[in-house]
Design a protein around this ligand. Structure first.
Ligand SMILES: [Zn+2]
Length: 433
């Protein structure tokens, strides 16, 4: 047995992310056995032990994204045929490469593949390191649309659990609880009047049963009235902001009264409005080949003008909404809806941070929403989301200060997950060979 010894990361400006947000210049960050032992000003660490010089660097907590659809994207687009354990692992590597330490997959698991992988990761049976930690809702619930596919995620409509009455809803939730999902997800969206929407008594049963089982519930919503409906019924959070027509005072009061969080999910709209500009981003080119980007480039070119105009309008609504909700003190949480359209795993999280700032949040608020607040949503705030003694050593080393400009979160020098340095160079070589 080799004797383990603490490593002191010395000299960086550490953005701890802790409440009140102390930023420590020239810090000592001491890591041992995957945990942070101490973090403080120079001199915090006792002498001795290995010292890594991080002078001139910036350190922030690893990003946490509680809204991904893992396993579907490959070769530039999402498809059920791409879904596999190997593709899920590839995505978990991509998250880690980009400094995303934890992700939660929201309701698009096939054959319990994600649940099985999560168990192996939790038990340590899965030996591979350099992966983001997976949480999952398993398979989510949706209303059936007679004569058509349901209004859930289009790439997973075939596996979503369709429920028509409260009894069936409770049965499904009990089954999910037996599989020990991390959260329950359901969809409530007419997809522009083309799909059936779940009736209130059905989602009331889902929420009530989930809470009886000790599980949180996240609802995919699109419209203002549905957002109010699920919040009044006790939902813990929504997977999106209100896209039509936008929020009103009553919604804000409900969110505050009931301490409900909303996921930002801005990038999914913004990506479509940016089109080619997004795909030419050198940060994306680091891990996604030209060929793969061309596939999406063609898709975006083929998008009907009315869709682009619609998405541009929605993005404008969302930007105003972010300003209003932040000013009111509503809990906003980073959500990149990663794994579809322009939302490439790992890239999408940084794109979302930048979109949040584009919508009026400060870089510090955006980082908080993608670290400490996201950890709270997952119930892992005791161990993750901030950099403090006793927490998991999940952190990102940056070449420039993200508090000055949020795009500096992309200037990644190193990623450490559970104290271990991710082999970013090796991963990049694999993706761009
Ligand atoms: Zn989603």
């Amino acid at each position: 047995m080799t004797q383990h010894q603490a490593v002191v990361y010395r000299g960086a400006t550490v953005i701890t992310g802790a409440e009140g947000g102390p930023v420590i210049p020239s810090a000592d960050l001491v890591v041992d056995e995957g945990r942070i032992v101490a973090v403080g000003p120079a001199g915090t660490a006792d002498s001795g032990g290995e010292v890594v010089d991080l002078g001139g660097r910036f350190v922030m907590p690893a990003i946490i994204n509680p809204h991904v659809h893992i396993g579907y994207m490959r070769d530039g687009f999402e498809d059920a045929a791409h879904y596999s354990r190997e593709n899920i692992l590839d995505h978990l590597r991509r998250f880690a490469y980009h400094g995303v330490g934890v992700v939660q997959s929201l309701g698009t698991d096939r054959d319990d593949t994600e649940l099985a992988l999560r168990e192996e990761q939790r038990s340590g049976e899965l030996r591979e390191t350099g992966l983001a930690t997976l949480y999952t809702a398993g398979t989510g619930l949706v209303a059936p649309t007679p004569g058509s596919t349901n209004g859930g995620a289009h790439f997973a409509a075939d596996v979503l659990r369709e429920v028509t009455d409260p009894e069936a809803a409770r049965r499904e939730v009990r089954a999910l609880a037996a599989k020990r999902v991390d959260v329950v997800k359901f969809w409530l969206d007419s997809r522009n009047g083309t799909k059936a929407k779940m009736e209130p008594p059905v989602y009331r049963a889902i929420i009530d049963q989930a809470h009886r089982e000790g599980l949180r519930v996240i609802a995919h919503i699109h419209d203002l009235d549905d957002a109010k409906g699920v919040i009044r019924t006790g939902v813990d959070g929504t997977a999106h902001l209100v896209r039509e027509p936008g929020p009103d005072r009553e919604l804000i009061d409900l969110l505050l009264e009931r301490d409900v969080f909303m996921f930002t999910s801005l990038g999914i709209q913004r990506g479509i409005t940016l089109g080619a500009a997004l795909l030419d981003d050198p940060f994306l080119a680091e891990t996604v080949t030209e060929t793969e980007r061309d596939v999406l480039r063609e898709q975006l070119k083929a998008a009907p003008e009315q869709v682009v105009r619609y998405m541009t309008g929605v993005y404008r609504t969302l930007r105003d909404e972010v300003k209003e909700l932040v000013a009111a003190g509503v809990r906003l949480v980073l959500s990149a809806d990663t794994g579809l359209s322009s939302q490439f795993p790992g890239f999408a999280e940084h794109f979302e941070l930048a979109s949040m700032v584009d919508a009026g949040m400060t870089p510090a608020q955006a980082i908080d929403a993608g670290t400490a607040q996201a950890a709270r949503v997952l119930g892992i705030e005791r161990l993750q989301g901030t950099l403090a003694a006793g927490k998991k050593a999940d952190f990102v080393v940056l070449a420039a200060n993200p508090l000055d400009d949020i795009v500096h979160t992309r200037r990644i020098v190193d990623v450490h997950l559970a104290g271990e340095r991710v082999d970013r160079q090796g991963l990049r070589a694999r993706w761009t060979a």
